[in-house]
Design a protein around this ligand. Sequence first.
Ligand code: PMP
Length: 396
Amino acid sequence: MKRNPIGWMKEEYQNLVAQNLDWKIRELQGPSTPKATVDGDEVIMLCSNNYLNLSNHPKLKEAAIEAIKSHGAGSGSVRAIAGTMDVHLELERRLAKFKGAEASLTYSAGFTTNEGLIPQLVGRGDAIISDELNHGSIIDGVRLTKATRYVYNHSDTAHLERVLQEAEKENPEKILIITDGVFSMDGDIAPLDEIVKLGKEHGAMIYVDDAHGEAVLGEGGRGIVSHFGLSHHDVHFEMGTFSKAFGVMGGHVSGSQDMVNYAYNKSRSWLLSASHPPATAAACIAAIDVLETEEEHVKTLWDNREYFIKGLEDMGFDTGDSQTPIIPAMCGESSKAVALSEGLYEEGILALPIVFPMVARDKARIRNMMNSGLTKEQLDISLSAYEKVGKKLDII
Ligand code: PMP
Protein backbone atom coordinates (compact mmCIF):
# COMPACT_ATOMS: atom_id res chain seq x y z
CA MET A 1 0.00 0.00 0.00
CA LYS A 2 1.26 3.49 -0.82
CA ARG A 3 1.82 5.52 2.31
CA ASN A 4 0.34 8.97 2.72
CA PRO A 5 3.37 11.32 2.47
CA ILE A 6 1.80 13.90 4.78
CA GLY A 7 0.10 11.49 7.20
CA TRP A 8 2.72 12.31 9.86
CA MET A 9 1.22 15.77 10.32
CA LYS A 10 -2.11 14.39 11.47
CA GLU A 11 -0.28 12.12 13.90
CA GLU A 12 1.80 14.97 15.32
CA TYR A 13 -1.29 17.14 15.68
CA GLN A 14 -3.25 14.38 17.40
CA ASN A 15 -0.36 13.89 19.82
CA LEU A 16 -0.58 17.56 20.79
CA VAL A 17 -4.35 17.34 21.19
CA ALA A 18 -4.01 14.23 23.39
CA GLN A 19 -1.66 16.15 25.71
CA ASN A 20 -3.88 19.26 25.63
CA LEU A 21 -0.88 21.17 24.23
CA ASP A 22 -2.48 22.31 20.97
CA TRP A 23 -3.33 25.98 20.50
CA LYS A 24 -7.08 26.61 20.73
CA ILE A 25 -7.56 29.51 18.38
CA ARG A 26 -10.03 32.11 19.62
CA GLU A 27 -11.87 34.33 17.17
CA LEU A 28 -12.22 38.04 17.90
CA GLN A 29 -15.38 39.39 16.36
CA GLY A 30 -14.39 43.04 16.33
CA PRO A 31 -11.43 45.02 17.62
CA SER A 32 -8.89 44.03 20.26
CA THR A 33 -10.26 46.16 23.10
CA PRO A 34 -10.18 45.74 26.90
CA LYS A 35 -13.80 44.56 26.55
CA ALA A 36 -13.91 42.37 23.44
CA THR A 37 -16.17 39.88 21.69
CA VAL A 38 -14.47 36.51 21.47
CA ASP A 39 -16.13 33.38 20.07
CA GLY A 40 -19.46 35.14 20.47
CA ASP A 41 -18.87 35.98 24.17
CA GLU A 42 -18.23 39.39 25.74
CA VAL A 43 -14.99 39.13 27.70
CA ILE A 44 -12.51 41.27 29.57
CA MET A 45 -9.27 40.95 27.63
CA LEU A 46 -6.20 40.23 29.78
CA CYS A 47 -3.94 38.76 27.11
CA SER A 48 -3.48 41.32 24.37
CA ASN A 49 -0.12 43.03 23.74
CA ASN A 50 -2.01 46.19 22.84
CA TYR A 51 -0.76 47.69 26.15
CA LEU A 52 -1.92 51.25 25.49
CA ASN A 53 -5.08 50.36 23.54
CA LEU A 54 -3.61 52.42 20.69
CA SER A 55 -4.95 50.01 18.05
CA ASN A 56 -8.33 51.63 18.73
CA HIS A 57 -7.15 55.22 19.07
CA PRO A 58 -9.10 57.51 16.70
CA LYS A 59 -5.89 59.21 15.51
CA LEU A 60 -4.36 55.90 14.39
CA LYS A 61 -7.53 54.76 12.63
CA GLU A 62 -7.95 58.12 10.91
CA ALA A 63 -4.30 58.15 9.77
CA ALA A 64 -4.69 54.67 8.26
CA ILE A 65 -7.87 55.61 6.40
CA GLU A 66 -6.33 58.82 5.04
CA ALA A 67 -3.19 56.94 3.88
CA ILE A 68 -5.31 54.44 1.97
CA LYS A 69 -7.10 57.32 0.25
CA SER A 70 -3.88 59.10 -0.67
CA HIS A 71 -1.46 56.17 -1.25
CA GLY A 72 -3.59 53.09 -1.95
CA ALA A 73 -3.91 49.75 -0.18
CA GLY A 74 -0.46 48.28 -0.86
CA SER A 75 3.08 49.48 -1.55
CA GLY A 76 3.68 47.42 -4.68
CA SER A 77 7.20 46.23 -4.01
CA VAL A 78 10.04 45.59 -1.62
CA ARG A 79 11.60 48.73 -0.15
CA ALA A 80 14.81 48.46 -2.21
CA ILE A 81 13.04 48.33 -5.58
CA ALA A 82 9.98 50.58 -5.76
CA GLY A 83 8.30 50.08 -2.40
CA THR A 84 9.73 53.00 -0.43
CA MET A 85 7.05 55.66 -0.07
CA ASP A 86 7.36 59.04 1.66
CA VAL A 87 5.30 57.62 4.52
CA HIS A 88 7.88 54.84 5.17
CA LEU A 89 10.74 57.34 5.35
CA GLU A 90 8.72 59.70 7.52
CA LEU A 91 8.07 56.85 9.96
CA GLU A 92 11.79 56.08 10.20
CA ARG A 93 12.65 59.74 10.83
CA ARG A 94 9.96 60.02 13.50
CA LEU A 95 10.97 56.79 15.19
CA ALA A 96 14.66 57.78 15.30
CA LYS A 97 13.71 61.11 16.88
CA PHE A 98 11.41 59.40 19.40
CA LYS A 99 14.15 56.94 20.36
CA GLY A 100 16.87 59.60 20.48
CA ALA A 101 18.85 57.68 17.84
CA GLU A 102 20.68 58.86 14.75
CA ALA A 103 18.62 56.60 12.47
CA SER A 104 15.99 53.85 12.40
CA LEU A 105 15.03 51.17 9.91
CA THR A 106 11.62 49.45 9.74
CA TYR A 107 10.91 45.86 8.78
CA SER A 108 7.66 44.02 8.07
CA ALA A 109 7.61 42.47 11.57
CA GLY A 110 9.65 42.14 14.74
CA PHE A 111 10.26 38.51 13.94
CA THR A 112 11.73 39.27 10.53
CA THR A 113 13.90 42.01 12.04
CA ASN A 114 15.62 39.55 14.37
CA GLU A 115 15.72 36.79 11.81
CA GLY A 116 17.09 39.04 9.06
CA LEU A 117 19.45 41.30 10.98
CA ILE A 118 21.19 39.13 13.57
CA PRO A 119 22.80 36.76 11.01
CA GLN A 120 24.34 39.77 9.23
CA LEU A 121 26.04 41.14 12.35
CA VAL A 122 28.33 38.21 13.12
CA GLY A 123 29.72 35.32 11.07
CA ARG A 124 32.41 32.67 11.07
CA GLY A 125 35.21 33.58 13.48
CA ASP A 126 32.89 35.77 15.61
CA ALA A 127 31.05 35.07 18.87
CA ILE A 128 27.37 35.59 19.70
CA ILE A 129 26.27 35.47 23.33
CA SER A 130 22.56 35.15 24.12
CA ASP A 131 20.42 35.10 27.30
CA GLU A 132 18.90 31.63 27.78
CA LEU A 133 15.35 33.03 27.87
CA ASN A 134 15.55 35.17 24.74
CA HIS A 135 12.54 35.23 22.41
CA GLY A 136 12.17 32.60 19.69
CA SER A 137 12.83 35.12 16.91
CA ILE A 138 16.24 35.84 18.47
CA ILE A 139 16.92 32.13 18.80
CA ASP A 140 16.13 31.66 15.10
CA GLY A 141 18.30 34.65 14.18
CA VAL A 142 21.16 33.23 16.24
CA ARG A 143 20.73 29.81 14.58
CA LEU A 144 21.19 31.45 11.18
CA THR A 145 24.62 32.87 12.05
CA LYS A 146 27.87 31.04 11.44
CA ALA A 147 29.36 32.60 14.57
CA THR A 148 30.25 30.48 17.61
CA ARG A 149 27.19 30.53 19.88
CA TYR A 150 27.21 30.90 23.66
CA VAL A 151 24.28 31.07 26.08
CA TYR A 152 24.37 32.65 29.54
CA ASN A 153 22.04 31.94 32.45
CA HIS A 154 19.03 34.21 32.50
CA SER A 155 20.02 37.81 33.40
CA ASP A 156 23.07 36.44 35.27
CA THR A 157 25.80 38.99 34.57
CA ALA A 158 28.42 37.09 36.59
CA HIS A 159 27.84 34.13 34.29
CA LEU A 160 27.85 36.45 31.26
CA GLU A 161 31.29 37.67 32.31
CA ARG A 162 32.61 34.11 32.51
CA VAL A 163 31.10 33.34 29.09
CA LEU A 164 32.76 36.46 27.66
CA GLN A 165 36.12 35.29 29.01
CA GLU A 166 35.55 31.85 27.53
CA ALA A 167 34.58 33.34 24.16
CA GLU A 168 37.68 35.54 24.12
CA LYS A 169 39.94 32.47 24.34
CA GLU A 170 38.91 31.75 20.73
CA ASN A 171 40.08 35.23 19.65
CA PRO A 172 36.81 36.21 17.98
CA GLU A 173 36.97 39.15 15.61
CA LYS A 174 33.60 40.49 16.80
CA ILE A 175 31.43 39.73 19.83
CA LEU A 176 27.68 40.38 19.96
CA ILE A 177 25.72 40.20 23.22
CA ILE A 178 21.99 39.90 22.68
CA THR A 179 19.12 40.10 25.16
CA ASP A 180 15.41 40.73 25.42
CA GLY A 181 14.75 44.04 27.18
CA VAL A 182 11.62 42.85 28.97
CA PHE A 183 11.26 39.07 29.03
CA SER A 184 7.93 38.17 27.53
CA MET A 185 7.01 35.21 29.75
CA ASP A 186 7.99 36.64 33.16
CA GLY A 187 7.84 40.40 32.68
CA ASP A 188 11.27 40.98 34.23
CA ILE A 189 13.71 43.60 32.95
CA ALA A 190 17.18 42.68 31.65
CA PRO A 191 20.08 44.27 33.61
CA LEU A 192 21.00 46.27 30.51
CA ASP A 193 23.22 48.77 32.38
CA GLU A 194 25.45 45.95 33.67
CA ILE A 195 25.41 44.20 30.29
CA VAL A 196 26.57 47.43 28.63
CA LYS A 197 29.34 47.79 31.22
CA LEU A 198 30.58 44.27 30.52
CA GLY A 199 30.23 44.83 26.79
CA LYS A 200 32.47 47.89 27.02
CA GLU A 201 35.11 46.00 28.99
CA HIS A 202 35.19 43.28 26.32
CA GLY A 203 34.65 45.40 23.19
CA ALA A 204 31.32 43.71 22.43
CA MET A 205 28.38 45.00 20.41
CA ILE A 206 25.06 45.15 22.31
CA TYR A 207 21.69 44.21 20.80
CA VAL A 208 18.46 44.57 22.79
CA ASP A 209 14.99 43.38 21.74
CA ASP A 210 12.67 45.89 23.37
CA ALA A 211 9.40 44.49 21.99
CA HIS A 212 7.75 44.61 25.43
CA GLY A 213 9.58 47.65 26.80
CA GLU A 214 8.92 50.32 24.23
CA ALA A 215 5.95 52.58 24.78
CA VAL A 216 5.98 51.05 28.29
CA LEU A 217 9.37 51.80 29.93
CA GLY A 218 11.49 54.93 29.94
CA GLU A 219 10.64 58.60 29.56
CA GLY A 220 7.22 58.85 27.87
CA GLY A 221 7.57 55.20 26.77
CA ARG A 222 10.86 55.69 24.93
CA GLY A 223 11.93 52.20 25.92
CA ILE A 224 14.63 50.36 27.79
CA VAL A 225 17.59 52.43 26.57
CA SER A 226 15.89 55.51 28.02
CA HIS A 227 14.83 53.56 31.16
CA PHE A 228 18.50 52.96 32.06
CA GLY A 229 19.64 56.44 30.94
CA LEU A 230 21.79 54.86 28.20
CA SER A 231 22.33 56.00 24.62
CA HIS A 232 22.87 54.42 21.24
CA HIS A 233 26.61 54.69 21.79
CA ASP A 234 26.08 52.11 24.55
CA VAL A 235 23.38 49.98 22.92
CA HIS A 236 24.22 49.59 19.25
CA PHE A 237 21.03 47.85 18.12
CA GLU A 238 17.74 48.79 19.78
CA MET A 239 15.26 46.51 18.13
CA GLY A 240 11.49 46.59 18.63
CA THR A 241 8.07 46.13 17.11
CA PHE A 242 5.05 48.29 16.33
CA SER A 243 2.79 45.28 16.97
CA LYS A 244 2.55 45.62 20.74
CA ALA A 245 2.20 48.91 22.66
CA PHE A 246 2.29 50.96 19.43
CA GLY A 247 -0.88 49.10 18.47
CA VAL A 248 -0.09 48.41 14.80
CA MET A 249 2.45 46.08 13.11
CA GLY A 250 6.07 46.10 12.00
CA GLY A 251 9.59 45.60 13.30
CA HIS A 252 12.33 48.16 13.61
CA VAL A 253 15.88 48.80 14.71
CA SER A 254 17.44 52.07 15.88
CA GLY A 255 21.04 53.13 16.34
CA SER A 256 23.66 54.84 14.21
CA GLN A 257 23.29 55.88 10.58
CA ASP A 258 26.18 53.55 9.72
CA MET A 259 24.25 50.65 11.25
CA VAL A 260 21.11 51.48 9.24
CA ASN A 261 23.10 51.89 5.98
CA TYR A 262 24.73 48.53 6.56
CA ALA A 263 21.51 46.78 7.65
CA TYR A 264 19.36 47.67 4.68
CA ASN A 265 22.06 46.66 2.22
CA LYS A 266 22.63 43.27 3.84
CA SER A 267 19.51 42.13 5.63
CA ARG A 268 17.61 39.64 3.49
CA SER A 269 14.27 39.95 5.29
CA TRP A 270 14.42 43.69 4.53
CA LEU A 271 15.66 43.39 0.95
CA LEU A 272 13.45 40.53 -0.16
CA SER A 273 10.13 41.17 1.60
CA ALA A 274 7.55 43.80 0.57
CA SER A 275 7.20 47.01 2.52
CA HIS A 276 4.21 47.84 4.69
CA PRO A 277 0.95 49.00 3.23
CA PRO A 278 0.99 52.81 3.55
CA ALA A 279 -1.89 52.63 6.06
CA THR A 280 0.33 50.61 8.41
CA ALA A 281 3.19 53.11 8.25
CA ALA A 282 0.79 56.05 8.69
CA ALA A 283 -0.84 54.44 11.74
CA CYS A 284 2.62 53.86 13.25
CA ILE A 285 3.47 57.56 12.78
CA ALA A 286 0.16 58.45 14.47
CA ALA A 287 1.08 56.14 17.38
CA ILE A 288 4.33 58.09 17.86
CA ASP A 289 2.32 61.34 17.70
CA VAL A 290 0.03 60.05 20.45
CA LEU A 291 2.95 58.98 22.64
CA GLU A 292 4.58 62.39 22.22
CA THR A 293 1.43 64.36 23.04
CA GLU A 294 -0.76 62.23 25.35
CA GLU A 295 1.28 61.24 28.38
CA GLU A 296 -1.68 59.73 30.20
CA HIS A 297 -1.65 56.36 28.40
CA VAL A 298 1.69 55.14 29.75
CA LYS A 299 0.85 56.47 33.22
CA THR A 300 -2.53 54.70 33.34
CA LEU A 301 -0.92 51.48 32.14
CA TRP A 302 1.44 51.54 35.14
CA ASP A 303 -1.36 52.51 37.58
CA ASN A 304 -3.38 49.52 36.33
CA ARG A 305 -0.33 47.30 36.62
CA GLU A 306 0.24 48.29 40.27
CA TYR A 307 -3.44 47.81 41.15
CA PHE A 308 -3.74 44.39 39.51
CA ILE A 309 -0.48 42.87 40.76
CA LYS A 310 -1.24 44.01 44.31
CA GLY A 311 -4.72 42.47 44.06
CA LEU A 312 -3.32 39.13 42.86
CA GLU A 313 -0.54 39.06 45.46
CA ASP A 314 -2.87 40.04 48.31
CA MET A 315 -5.04 37.01 47.58
CA GLY A 316 -1.98 34.74 47.56
CA PHE A 317 -1.00 34.38 43.90
CA ASP A 318 2.68 34.07 43.07
CA THR A 319 3.41 36.64 40.34
CA GLY A 320 6.93 35.42 39.70
CA ASP A 321 9.55 38.01 38.76
CA SER A 322 7.23 40.57 37.18
CA GLN A 323 8.55 44.15 37.06
CA THR A 324 6.35 45.36 34.21
CA PRO A 325 2.75 45.20 32.88
CA ILE A 326 3.35 41.51 32.06
CA ILE A 327 2.04 39.78 35.21
CA PRO A 328 2.20 35.99 35.48
CA ALA A 329 -0.09 34.10 37.86
CA MET A 330 2.02 31.03 38.55
CA CYS A 331 0.16 27.70 38.62
CA GLY A 332 2.79 24.93 38.61
CA GLU A 333 1.64 22.10 36.34
CA SER A 334 0.23 22.76 32.87
CA SER A 335 -3.14 21.20 33.73
CA LYS A 336 -3.67 23.73 36.56
CA ALA A 337 -2.93 26.68 34.27
CA VAL A 338 -5.28 25.33 31.62
CA ALA A 339 -8.03 24.76 34.22
CA LEU A 340 -7.55 28.26 35.65
CA SER A 341 -7.81 29.79 32.18
CA GLU A 342 -10.98 27.81 31.43
CA GLY A 343 -12.50 28.79 34.79
CA LEU A 344 -11.68 32.45 34.18
CA TYR A 345 -13.26 32.27 30.73
CA GLU A 346 -16.49 31.02 32.31
CA GLU A 347 -16.38 34.16 34.45
CA GLY A 348 -15.99 36.32 31.35
CA ILE A 349 -12.20 36.81 31.46
CA LEU A 350 -9.87 35.98 28.57
CA ALA A 351 -6.47 35.15 30.07
CA LEU A 352 -4.43 32.46 28.37
CA PRO A 353 -2.25 29.75 29.88
CA ILE A 354 1.45 29.56 29.06
CA VAL A 355 2.58 25.96 29.34
CA PHE A 356 5.43 23.63 28.40
CA PRO A 357 7.32 23.88 26.02
CA MET A 358 7.05 27.70 26.19
CA VAL A 359 8.05 27.54 29.86
CA ALA A 360 9.49 24.76 32.05
CA ARG A 361 7.05 21.91 32.86
CA ASP A 362 6.55 23.01 36.49
CA LYS A 363 6.33 26.74 35.68
CA ALA A 364 3.00 26.87 33.85
CA ARG A 365 1.15 30.10 34.39
CA ILE A 366 -1.50 32.48 33.20
CA ARG A 367 0.15 35.48 31.62
CA ASN A 368 -1.78 38.67 32.27
CA MET A 369 -1.01 41.66 30.09
CA MET A 370 -2.13 44.96 31.56
CA ASN A 371 -3.80 47.58 29.39
CA SER A 372 -4.24 51.31 29.94
CA GLY A 373 -7.83 50.99 28.66
CA LEU A 374 -8.94 48.63 31.46
CA THR A 375 -11.23 50.37 33.96
CA LYS A 376 -10.97 49.87 37.73
CA GLU A 377 -14.33 48.08 37.54
CA GLN A 378 -12.99 45.64 34.93
CA LEU A 379 -9.87 45.05 37.02
CA ASP A 380 -12.03 44.34 40.10
CA ILE A 381 -14.24 41.91 38.15
CA SER A 382 -11.08 40.15 36.92
CA LEU A 383 -9.60 39.96 40.42
CA SER A 384 -12.84 38.52 41.86
CA ALA A 385 -12.81 35.86 39.14
CA TYR A 386 -9.19 35.01 39.98
CA GLU A 387 -10.09 34.65 43.65
CA LYS A 388 -13.10 32.42 42.98
CA VAL A 389 -11.40 30.10 40.45
CA GLY A 390 -7.99 30.17 42.16
CA LYS A 391 -9.57 28.93 45.43
CA LYS A 392 -11.64 26.29 43.66
CA LEU A 393 -8.49 24.89 42.04
CA ASP A 394 -6.44 25.14 45.26
CA ILE A 395 -3.92 27.48 43.65
CA ILE A 396 -4.45 30.05 46.42
N1 PMP B 1 10.55 39.87 20.14
C1 PMP B 1 9.79 39.64 21.23
C2 PMP B 1 10.43 39.71 22.58
C3 PMP B 1 8.43 39.36 21.10
O1 PMP B 1 7.68 39.13 22.17
C4 PMP B 1 7.85 39.34 19.80
C5 PMP B 1 6.37 39.08 19.59
N2 PMP B 1 5.91 37.87 20.07
C6 PMP B 1 8.68 39.55 18.70
C7 PMP B 1 10.01 39.83 18.90
C8 PMP B 1 8.14 39.51 17.30
O2 PMP B 1 7.46 40.70 16.99
P1 PMP B 1 6.35 40.73 15.85
O3 PMP B 1 5.05 40.31 16.47
O4 PMP B 1 6.33 42.14 15.40
O5 PMP B 1 6.80 39.81 14.78
